[in-house]
Design a protein. Structure first.
Ligand code: ADP
Ligand code: MG
Length: 892
């Protein structure tokens, strides 16, 4: 028999589990030994060896290796071996860079791996999805991705979207009934839930019947491709740029070779020099360094609690011009505490802080016993019955498991001595209609010990008020006529004005025969009991973060399902509401199409009483205005907006799997300030990439021009091939990497967001590369000529001087690249990685020049101390010239 044909009891027996206590840790371990982890087999990975060899598949490197072999046959053994060694080292460098990039991307994937809630040893615990075993009792609710195959034995309004399996995108309703029909397909197994499908509504509990490859999903696993496009726009642009640069480098090299041959150099040595030059000048390491810089930046973001799920987001973050953020939990602490209670013309205040379940009730400053106030006590009791949250004690502290709004109501009831346990004998919950932010309500059907039945509904007061026909006023049930209505309305607005989030509670008696099927049936003709108002303090760091965003040209927009007045009060406190900014509510949004919204959206800072569906409209309108939009969300219904935003952001703590999967950034701490930190990091990563592109390309231009100048001026080769390759190794190596680790400039968050279409060489970078490369080339050739004139008989000495000048000029230039302004705008030695990289490069250079056994390999001659003055002077000229010109320009 299959699981869907069995009774719950039989499934329990067959799988050797217990739906009340779950499995014990021992049983779990035993089962895992037997059946393994709950994971799908992944496709093959590129082997390390293959990755290593792929470093050499580049055409010019192959030509170089070929040419080297030829020169080896011709007897130039030392040259040949040295060149091959350098090519190998370069290969290793590329290999390690790519490995590192790959590893950190893998780590990222693991960090955002899904979790599930299972019953183990009698406690509901969150575990990684891969730790699930057959027989586990698993709980799930709207927004979760099902982590294994399950037989459902409890379902409340449960709907699951199974398109991943069946292709059917309309969610199917689930229940617990046995299926007796034979040969039902997956799509009709209504008492089963399958791995990889998505809960879109309601909640439920099931027994795990299959894990890993032994699931319906596992059977088709080979057909599923979850290849995410991980390439960023910049990487794509660099790839195109790379092709152009290769052509340019080859043409210039060809020019060098042709001019050299025409001016009397022999073809063979020009060929080898040309090939070496081409290898050096082609920035083949660029894509790998970009990936490393991106992934290192991503790791820095993780340390700041932001997980990037899609690499392109790193760049887009730097372009963000609007952040649309949820209020509750993201801008506020989501630690709600009931402070005010109102019922039928009477109000009380409640003391105590946070979720600590101790505090008193006060009427006009006098402490009272809540048991003696009928409607107050009823309000507290009903708030506890229509409630899912649980309070757990840990190390003398209390923490909440569940929705914070529910938590506040739970705690206020506990302050009156009510607990879920104490209510268990008196009331049973027959049915539940879970909270959903479209309805902004939740309801339960309850039976009490006297067999009386009733509905309890709690939710947004301004919504609930319209569904009530009577009200409890000073203990008596009266028709909710306009006088009471206005008074209640006034109280709602007054409490909202204190930045309180208000929940109204209502009920209605129910005949025994009536079986309520839908929330519409339950949530009408109610009797209004009263309100509980709760504070949700802003997170302390958010105000400053909003201010910094503003300075960075980024507008912050608050989005909330809360009351307009509550939202306004908090927005004012956080500095979001400016004098001329507007507040728009859900109703107004309903009456507008995207075009109409587009006309005013730039002035709106707060959207209140909105439903998740409105978010999409907001994103579209902002995008139509040319904004790059970051949008947060946590629920299933937020997914479309998160997906269509330029940067979709989901919540690490409260976010559902669905929201997380549609997002490109996850906030581990749900905190708005983390968005700001991520944007700052995103801007910095982009600037760092610009920094080393600038450095690498200027260096390459310098290398080519030295050779070209020499050929044009009828001079001998200023650098021998192995020296060119060595220079390339140093520049492409540590200093470039260190630039990728540079700290942000102090003005990163004082500039406007970058335009997303901006090219790599925008904002003067192209000019900087060319002018700087030109100066490096000139300085090197001058040093070469000066010494060559003095030692006509000693070409190797002049070449060593040129070599040292070129290397030093690049190593000085690298400090310049730290700032787009000038070297003097920040402490040049602030980046210790860079200082270390440059120092070790200098030491390596000195080794090449002064270690006798290396001299024949690199064709070097020891430089006499006096000539270092010349080298230092020439190599620092470019920096001083450019800094000087900047200085002059500023004075003008
Ligand atoms: P937010 O964007 O502030 O989180 P929600 O959409 O979650 O807004 O909530 C909207 C309104 O619904 C709240 O102002 C509150 O009145 C009501 N509400 C919130 N949570 C619950 C709940 N668990 N049960 C009943 N009503 C709720
Ligand atoms: Mg909410």
């Amino acid at each position: 028999m299959m699981f869907h044909e069995m009774k719950e009891k039989d499934v329990e027996k067959v799988l050797n589990t217990n739906v009340k206590h779950g499995l014990t840790q021992k049983e779990v371990e035993k089962k895992r030994k037997q059946f393994g982890w709950n994971e799908l087999d992944e496709g093959e990975k590129q082997s390390a060896l293959l990755l290593f060899f792929s470093q050499f598949k580049d055409f010019m490197t192959l030509v170089l290796l070929g040419a080297t072999l030829v020169s080896g046959f011709l007897g130039e053994y030392i040259d040949a071996i040295a060149i091959i060694a350098i090519v190998l080292i370069n290969g290793f460098l590329g290999y390690f860079q790519e490995r590192k990039a790959e590893k950190s991307l893998q780590a990222l994937k693991e960090m955002s791996a899904p979790q599930v809630t299972v019953l183990r040893d009698g406690n509901w615990t969150k575990i990684m999805s891969r730790e699930v075993v057959v027989g586990d009792i698993m709980r799930f609710s709207s927004g979760d991705r099902i982590g294994a195959d399950l037989r459902i034995f409890e379902a409340n309004n449960l709907e699951i979207e199974e398109s991943a399996l069946t292709g059917e995108s309309i969610p199917s309703a689930k229940n617990t009934e046995i299926i007796t029909k034979k040969d039902v397909g997956l799509g009709d197994m209504n008492n089963m839930a399958f791995m990889g499908t998505m809960v879109t509504r309601g909640n439920g509990i099931g027994i795990v019947t299959g894990i890993g490859m032994k699931t319906a999903m596992g059977e088709i696993a080979h057909m599923i491709q979850n290849a995410d496009v991980m390439e960023t726009p910049l990487q794509r642009r660099l790839e195109q740029l790379g092709k152009i640069l290769i052509v340019v480098a080859l043409l210039l090299t060809l020019l060098v070779v042709v001019v050299g041959v025409v001016h009397g150099h022999d073809l063979y040595s020009m060929f080898l020099a040309g090939v070496s030059l081409a290898v050096a000048a082609i920035p083949e390491g660029l894509p790998a360094i970009v990936t490393v810089a991106l992934s290192l930046g991503v790791q820095r973001m993780i340390r700041k609690n932001a997980i990037v799920r899609k690499l392109p987001a790193v760049e887009t973050l730097g372009c963000a011009s609007v952040i649309c953020s949820d209020k509750t939990g993201t801008m506020t602490q989501n630690k709600m505490t009931v402070t005010h209670i109102w019922s039928g013309g009477k109000s009380w205040s409640v003391s105590g802080t946070g979720y600590y379940p101790e505090g008193g009730f006060y009427f006009k400053d006098n402490e009272i016993k809540p048991q003696n106030e009928k409607s107050l006590y009823q309000l507290l009791t009903f708030g506890l019955l229509c409630n899912h949250a649980e309070l757990k004690a840990r190390d003398k502290d209390f923490y909440l498991d569940g929705d914070p709004t529910d938590g506040a109501l739970l705690v206020s009831a506990m302050k009156a001595g009510l607990t879920r346990e104490s209510l268990q004998g008196q009331f049973t919950i027959e049915k539940e209609f879970p909270f959903d932010s479209n309805r902004k309500m939740m309801s339960v059907v309850v039976r009490d010990k006297n067999n009386r039945r009733f509905v309890i509904t709690k939710g947004a007061p301004d919504v609930l008020i319209g569904l009530c026909e009577s009200v409890l006023w000073e203990g008596r049930q009266v028709l909710f006529h306009s006088e009471y209505m206005t008074q209640t309305q006034r109280v709602i607005e007054e409490l909202a004005g204190k930045a309180l989030r208000n929940i109204a509670i209502a009920f209605k008696p129910l005949d025994n025969q009536i079986d309520i099927q839908s929330e519409e049936e339950a949530e009408k003709d109610l009797i209004f009991i009263g309100l509980q108002g709760m504070i949700d303090p802003p997170r302390p760091e958010v105000k400053q973060a909003i201010k910094e965003c503003k300075e960075a040209g980024i507008k912050t927009v608050m989005i909330t399902g809360d009351h307009v007045i509550t939202a306004k009060a908090i927005a004012k406190e956080l500095g979001i509401l400016q004098t001329n900014s507007k507040v728009l509510d859900g109703q107004a949004l309903n009456n507008m199409n995207v075009d109409e919204l587009e006309d005013i959206v730039d002035d709106v800072s707060v959207f209140a009483r909105v439903s998740p569906e409105h978010k999409l409209k907001i994103v579209k309108a902002l995008q139509n205005r040319g904004h790059i939009v970051a949008m947060t969300g946590d629920g299933v219904n937020d997914a479309p907006a998160i997906k269509s935003a330029d940067i979709g952001i989901s919540m690490g703590i409260t976010g559902t799997d669905v929201a997380k999967e549609s997002s490109s950034l996850i906030l581990l701490d749900d905190n708005f300030a983390t968005i700001k930190a991520a944007i700052k990091e995103g801007r910095n990563i982009y600037e760092n990439i610009r920094k080393f592109i600038r450095y690498l390309l200027a260096s390459n231009v310098g290398e080519i021009l030295v050779m070209l100048f020499a050929m044009i001026l009828y001079l001998p080769l200023p650098l021998v091939p192995i020296q060119i390759l060595w220079v390339n190794l140093v520049t492409d190596g540590l200093p470039a990497m260190a630039l990728g680790l540079d700290q942000p400039e102090d003005n990163v968050m004082k500039r406007k967001p970058r335009h997303p279409k901006e090219g790599v060489f925008a904002r003067g970078l192209g000019w900087k590369v060319v002018s700087r490369g030109f100066l490096i080339g000139i300085a090197t050739i001058i040093a070469f000529i000066t010494v060559y004139r003095q030692h006509l008989d000693n070409l190797a000495y002049a070449q060593t001087i040129a070599f040292a000048t070129l290397v030093l000029a690049q190593l000085i230039h690298v400090f310049d690249c730290r700032s787009e302004r000038s070297i003097f705008s920040r402490n040049p030695f602030g980046n210790l990685y860079l200082v270390g990289a440059v120092l070790s490069s200098v030491i390596l250079m000195l080794g090449v020049i002064y270690i006798p056994s290396l001299q024949p390999v690199f064709h070097t001659v020891p430089i006499i101390p006096r000539d270092w003055l010349l080298i230092l002077g020439m190599s620092s000229i470019p920096t001083f010239m450019l800094a000087g010109s900047l200085f002059v320009r500023k004075k003008e």
